[in-house]
Write a new protein. Structure first.
Length: 113
């Protein structure tokens, strides 16, 4: 019985440790390089414009299940995108697409590194 309990806790710890790696924003990358649901979230904020959109509104626009875990997941991902430079934190819980010069807008990579 102890062995099983130890295995379960190790699996739980491993599950919590697994986080998507969000790269820092660079002018030569597109949102498609972002992992899992991050591109959808980033594009939802981009569509809202540079004025900003509340995290709860992003959640509604994504049409994800309406529960605390799902809402918190969107908040966490928005925070991570802001920390990495993909989004701008306007105020607490409000995110916007950064106003960048046209030459720095996200675009697909062109041949080579």
């Amino acid at each position: 019985m102890r062995e099983r309990a130890g295995q379960e806790s190790a699996e739980t710890v491993a599950g919590r440790a697994e986080q998507a790696t969000v790269p820092k924003w660079r002018p030569d990358v597109e949102v498609s390089v972002l992992p899992r649901d991050y591109p959808k979230i980033a594009e939802t904020v981009r569509a809202a414009g540079t004025e900003g959109v509340r995290a709860i509104e992003v959640h509604r626009r994504l049409d994800w299940p309406d529960n605390d875990g799902s809402r918190q997941s969107v908040r966490n991902r928005l925070q991570r995108l802001a920390q990495k430079g993909w989004l701008r934190l306007v105020s607490r819980g409000v995110y916007a697409w950064p106003a960048r010069p046209r030459s720095e807008e996200c675009r697909p990579r062109r041949g080579g590194p």
